[in-house]
Design a protein around this ligand. Structure first.
Ligand code: AFP
Length: 358
């Protein structure tokens, strides 16, 4: 691969050789990349583009949509619905799957996406992203919701775009995880980060510590050990990051290692986590595993979870393999009741330490 010269299209032709349906899969990835270029251009306009601020609507998650959420969603639908490559699409911003308009042919893939990840960052000029997952649909009939509910291991491709100082597209078709940088002058995605590999060890963790009172004991145990640094169990200091955009956290982890946690919390049993399985956790897990990392709920490999509904939320712990395995071990020890030191009244489910009696 010639760094700085290989375009996304040329790379896909080489990568997809021998993969069933590769011509259409490659064409679909190029359509997604075209949508990403448009979203990049909209995001880069900032306040000049008239797309900042709230849209005045809510999505199925009951979350306030920002204008860029809605605009990005429309861009992806319109870029991918006409080409006869997809049988249907599903989005964080749509309650139900998007049916392909009758005037267009249906294809053999399902496209599932979060059009704008980290939306709350858009108004404050901090990185946002797009996450997508591609599944197969081998039946002629239009897909039903059930057809989307496939395990992460069924994905044929996945990727994200990060709209940061540069716009990058990071993709996998099951042959490693590769990063492309948008050359705005020419409008090409150029291969700049082939074969991204996540270091197996790290001293950097990402978690929203304002939720600490809702964490389970194993997460408290892990974060406390990181905070104790050199003088504690781990014998070394750790660093913390939190950008409130999963794409930005994951990109940092793919480039220099780290662990990202949005764990199950005890706030709402109906919501075992914040992140959505189909269009956040599954595609990101595919990219992370292809880069030598690990991705777990804390108790199960995320790629093996069978979704039971389109917008299902899951706990997410992913990144440097050895750290994820440590956190999973802490969950196992807790569930077996053998982490006594941490299951004392001091470490209860609601807070790290009981407030003092006085
Ligand atoms: P949105 O895509 O709805 O903005 O949510 C982003 C996100 O799902 C994920 O990208 C971040 O890691 C996480 O939410 C941030 O959540 P907090 O705002 O609770 O920190």
């Amino acid at each position: 691969m010639h760094l700085g010269r290989t375009t996304l299209s040329k790379f896909l032709i080489q990568q997809l050789e021998g993969i069933e349906g590769s011509r259409d899969l490659g064409a679909l990835l190029v359509d997604v990349a075209a949508a990403v270029k448009t979203i990049s251009s909209m995001a880069a306009k900032g306040a000049l583009g008239g797309l900042l601020g709230k849209a005045g609507t809510e999505n199925v998650q009951g979350e306030q949509q920002v204008k860029l959420d809605v605009a990005s969603n429309d861009v992806i639908l319109k870029s991918c619905d006409w080409g006869g490559l997809v049988a249907g699409m599903a989005s964080e911003e749509l309650d139900d799957p998007y049916p392909i308009p009758a005037e267009y042919p249906r294809g053999r893939f399902l496209l599932v996406f979060d059009p704008l990840d980290g939306s709350s960052n858009a108004d404050v000029n901090v990185s946002v992203g797009t996450i997508f997952s591609i599944l197969r649909h081998d039946r002629k009939e239009a897909p039903k919701v059930e057809d989307f509910l496939q395990k992460g291991i069924e994905q044929v491709a996945a990727g994200y775009a990060i709209y940061g100082p540069s716009t990058m597209l990071v993709v996998t078709v099951g042959k490693g995880t590769h990063g492309f940088t948008l050359d705005r002058e020419v409008g090409n995605f150029i291969l700049t980060h082939p074969n991204l590999r996540i270091p197996e060890d790290t001293s950097e963790f990402a978690i929203n510590t304002s939720n600490a009172r809702f964490w389970e004991v194993p997460v408290h145990r892990y974060v406390t050990e990181c905070q104790d640094g050199k003088s504690g169990e781990r014998g070394r200091d750790f660093n913390m990051r939190w950008i409130a955009s999963m794409v930005a956290e994951v990109h940092r982890i793919l480039v220099r290692g780290g662990v990202f946690m949005y764990p199950r919390d005890t706030r709402d049993p109906e919501k075992p986590g914040r992140l959505r399985l189909m269009y956040e956790a599954s595609p990101i897990s595919f990219l992370v595993e292809q880069a030598g990392g690990a991705a777990s709920t804390g108790r199960q490999r995320l790629m093996e979870l069978l979704p039971h509904q389109l917008h299902q939320r899951v706990p997410v712990i992913l990144g440097s393999k050895n750290e994820v395995e440590r956190i999973v071990r802490y969950h196992w020890e807790h569930d077996k009741g053998i982490d006594r030191r941490y299951s004392s009244p001091l470490f209860n489910e609601r807070s790290l330490f009981r407030p003092s009696a006085t």
